[in-house]
Write a protein that binds this ligand. Structure first.
Ligand code: DPP
Ligand code: ZN
Length: 881
């Protein structure tokens, strides 16, 4: 497959001013008539009208009222070229499409008898021929016509300007979007839907109509999404001075969706996973996810829609920025300092576990990629999460007010435009009066930078010299890296655990944290008047997306864990202590040596667990050991079974040593009374359920019964699911396994009609320690399993391949064979989803030669499959390169 390059960008030969569309909707067949006005772009080297189309049956093609003859245009692949066009053109196009046959879920497709669109990135071309690229922004008017019974609700972007009866059992609705938008933000929804609606007063005094649309029967699950939407609107007004620009804002939930959600102008379309919630079906994590995704899509209205991307290489311009905004939104809603830190830790955990791994593998790419084969493969953790870290570094460098000034300037300059990452950087630099030239390397260089820190304390001169040295590993196509501009936030702790006052360049009197700017390969920063040898707290609040190394002693880490005023680094110190031990335990497993966990570490965990002055959510994070995937990153050659054995040993040892403390934590963090998803009770449940999961590693009837009672009596999904998890993973008496199986069956029966809960049921089993490849194959035969629905496919098969490493990497290669079968099957149904699963094999070169050989064979099997989509081909080709 062919790559396209950022350097080849050419402005469109024609702009589109208006688009009028009429759609006669049907599941089997939808007829689309499009009339667009085009105007030559005198500044482009492109002279032709260039349109894109994919899988269309073209009925009619008229230019300025005259049918185009075959000789007047050419089609190659998805590209149609019309040469020799006049400067002003009206194009009329009629196409026919088949929504029910659209299993790729891109373009117009059917979901539970309804019609839904997904046009980002390049789905609009599956509806009609169009200059389907984000820099072509037009005003749309959309007329929908359909059978009244089958499609009582007809929605599109913007404002409803007309609706009525067509007499023949059909009706129509006409929608007009007053804003210029790229085609990827086009949306329609038609079908049997019901909504919760509310009028909401905006800060400028206008009233907006807010609606959350769902399938009938789900109206009892829309409240949280509606609350989240109102909070999002208010937050963007208050924090960034950005108002809702439409009279109406709609959210629609569908059970068939490739991604999380989509920010179509005024008509956001969501995966049900990020809309539907009530206490009996949704966990605390689901509630938090809904809040942040509702926020994310709403915030796109400004960062993405009002100011959009010039081309898809700039995707992080909108995604990195909008993730940063949704992270800040969630943090602001919690409000407290530790609440913010908890959110920060959770976000960094994802970054480290998934993005650092991506950055070290064959799909590593810069935040602003230079090339791609299939843009859908670039909706990655690098574009989103690392992109957000890059935005956060502006925030760290410019400060709260400086960042806001930069945002204001960005909108003042670019509202209504399609721009580049560089334009955002320029707005930040100009507003902050800073030279951010070198900062550009965060956009152009892939790979996770390494920062090595070392320090010398001079007791006579009372100076502390901190030397920071940076490097960045090679990534595909980038052998050498230039130094990054890295903000490193630093504090110094005294022996009493308090922050020492900082005397160094750039630090104000009384300041106890300073942002050092590392711009060279190596730099030394000198702190003066340092009364005693300090323990450095480095990279506070994770001020840059790097791996930081400092040769801490265990005692220094315990000191930081107990005292650091920066809660992120307190947690970080605990993780460093744990990682060290897990690496040693893994090596001991491999060497067949006896395993042991030291009292000092257990004591540090015990102290944290029992420190009731600390937020329970924070304690839960400290007590959670680094995941097997994070531990794997510490090794050049990964041994998944040894890592699993080591981590399980550590869990059992912690359970054994802290039994009484865990039981106390369990009992002290019950949340009787009505369920609320708020941070405080959710934090208690998190700690209580972590305690339960540790206790379940202690094979006694009593803990089994504790879990069973919680399962039976739970009044919310968080507690029920946590209990089921404990039961299924219980290590004790095999007789108890029967009871666990019974609970699993009960759970399924109770929730068989709730698709999102059935997904949880599959997922819980997919990641269970005892679930091997044979068991996954058995579960795939369950009547509720299907590869056609992305959520269901992900719940079982993705979870197994990505989150059950010791079973997926079975030495006989059976996991890889299953993976290949699945990717090949999904490739026929839904290339985007298939390509995601294909990524599970990215890091194959990190395993033992015996495993590598089997992984390579599986990759080659997929690569050799006929009719491989661009999506999957790109992933496996890069993996094998
Ligand atoms: N633009 C979408 C989002 O990130 C992609 N699904 O919200
Ligand atoms: Zn987004």
């Amino acid at each position: 497959p062919q790559a396209i390059y950022r350097k080849d960008y050419v402005a469109p030969g024609f702009w589109v001013d208006t688009v009028e569309m009429g759609l006669d909707l049907g599941l089997e067949q939808t007829y689309v008539a499009t009339r667009m006005t085009l105007r030559r772009n005198p500044d482009s080297t492109e002279k032709d009208i260039v349109l894109f189309g994919d899988g269309l049956k073209t009925l009619q093609l008229r230019l300025n009222g005259v049918n185009l003859k075959k000789s007047q245009y050419s089609i190659q692949g998805e590209t149609m070229r019309i040469p020799d066009a006049p400067d002003d053109v009206v194009l009329e196009i009629e196409t026919l499409i088949q929504p029910v046959k659209n299993t790729a879920l891109s373009g117009l497709y059917a979901s539970a008898g309804n019609l839904i669109t997904q046009c980002e990135a390049e789905g609009f071309r599956r509806i009609t021929w169009f200059p389907d690229r984000p820099d072509v922004m037009a005003k749309y008017t959309v007329l929908l016509r359909a059978d009244k019974k089958a499609f009582p609700v007809l929605l599109s972007n913007g404002n409803l300007i007309e609706e009525g009866d067509l007499g023949d059992g059909r009706h129509y609705a006409k929608w007009e979007d007053p804003f210029f938008k790229p085609s990827y933000l086009f949306a329609i929804v038609a079908g049997k839907l019901v909504c919760q609606e509310e009028t909401f007063r905006l800060q400028d005094g206008r009233d907006a109509l807010l609606q959350v649309w769902v399938e009938p029967g789900n109206l009892d699950k829309t409240d949280h999404a509606m609350q989240s939407l109102k909070k999002s609107i208010r937050w963007d007004e208050e924090r960034f001075g950005l108002e809702l620009d439409l009279d109406r804002f709609m959210i629609v939930a569908t059970g068939d969706f490739n991604m999380g959600a989509m920010e179509n102008k005024g008509l956001n379309i969501f995966n049900t996973k990020y809309v539907l919630a009530n206490p009996s079906i949704a966990t605390d994590i689901d509630y938090a996810g809904i809040e942040s995704v509702v926020g994310h899509e709403y915030f796109h209205n400004w960062t993405g829609n009002r100011v959009t991307c010039r081309d898809w290489f700039q995707l992080s311009l909108k995604e990195g920025l909008t993730v940063f905004r949704d992270q800040e939104f969630s943090a602001d809603l919690v409000g407290t300092a530790t609440g913010r830190a908890v959110k920060r830790i959770e976000d960094v955990r994802v970054l480290r576990q998934v993005q650092f791994s991506e950055d070290a593998g064959p799909m590593a790419h810069p935040v602003r990629p230079d090339s791609f084969v299939e843009i859908n493969n670039f909706y990655t953790v690098t574009i989103y999460e690392k992109g957000s870290e890059v935005v956060r570094m502006y925030y760290t460098l410019l400060g709260h007010d400086g960042f806001r000034k930069g945002m204001d300037l960005y909108f003042a300059r670019h509202d209504g435009q399609a721009v580049e990452c560089d334009d955002f950087r320029a707005a930040m630099a100009d507003a902050g009066g800073r030279d951010l030239t070198q900062f550009e390397r965060w956009y152009s260089q892939a790979g996770t930078p390494r920062v090595h820190a070392s320090a010398v304390y001079n007791a006579d001169e009372k100076t502390y010299a901190l030397t920071l040295t940076q490097s960045c590993p090679a990534t595909p196509g980038q052998a050498e890296k230039l130094p990054f501009h890295i903000p490193v936030t630093v504090g110094l702790l005294g022996a009493d655990g308090r922050d020492l006052p900082l005397h160094t360049d750039g630090a104000q009197a009384g300041q106890t944290s300073v942002v050092l700017e590392l711009t060279e390969a190596s730099q030394t920063f000198v702190f003066r008047d340092v009364a005693e040898e300090p323990v450095p707290s480095l990279l506070r609040n994770f001020s840059a997306p790097v791996v930081l190394h400092f040769d801490y002693s265990d005692a220094q880490l315990a000191h930081l864990l107990a005292h650091d005023s920066d809660p992120f680094n307190r947690w970080e110190a605990g993780q460093r202590l744990a990682t060290r031990r897990l690496v040693k335990l893994t090596q001991a497993v491999q060497a067949g040596e006896a395993l042991a966990l030291d009292e000092m570490f257990l004591e540090a965990l015990r102290n944290t667990l029992n420190d009731t002055t600390l937020d329970p959510a924070f304690r839960e994070l400290v007590l959670t050991l680094p995941s097997e995937l994070v531990i794997a990153e510490e090794f050049d050659e990964v041994d998944p079974q040894a890592i699993h054995t080591a981590r399980q040993y550590a869990r059992a040892a912690i359970s054994d040593a802290l039994r009484g403390d865990l039981l106390t934590a369990y009992e002290n963090n019950l949340t009787p009374g009505a369920y609320s998803p708020d941070a405080e009770p959710a934090a208690k449940r998190a700690l209580k359920n972590l305690a339960l999961s540790y206790l379940a590693d202690w094979p006694q009837q009593a803990t089994f019964e504790l879990a069973l009672t919680q399962f039976d009596e739970a009044e919310n999904m968080t507690d029920r699911l946590a209990a089921l998890h404990a039961l299924v993973n219980f290590k004790g008496d095999p007789k108890l396994k029967k009871a666990a199986d019974k609970a699993l069956a009960q759970f399924y029966k109770k929730f068989a009609k709730e698709a999102l809960v059935v997904d949880k049921w599959f997922m819980l089993q997919a990641v269970a320690e005892t679930t091997d490849v044979a068991r996954v194959r058995e579960l795939m035969q369950h009547p509720a399993f299907t590869l056609n629905n992305p959520n269901r496919a992900r719940s079982l098969t993705f979870s197994f391949c990505n989150a059950n490493p010791s079973q997926f990497h079975a030495p006989d290669g059976s996991g890889y064979a299953l993976w290949a079968e699945l990717v090949i099957a999904l490739n026929k149904i839904n290339p985007q989803v298939a390509a995601r699963l294909a990524r599970s094999m990215d890091r194959w070169k990190k395993y033992s030669p015996a495993l590598q050989q089997k992984m390579k064979a599986a990759l080659e099997k997929v690569a050799g499959t006929k009719k491989l989509s661009k999506d999957v081909a790109e992933v496996v080709t890069k993996a094998l390169a």
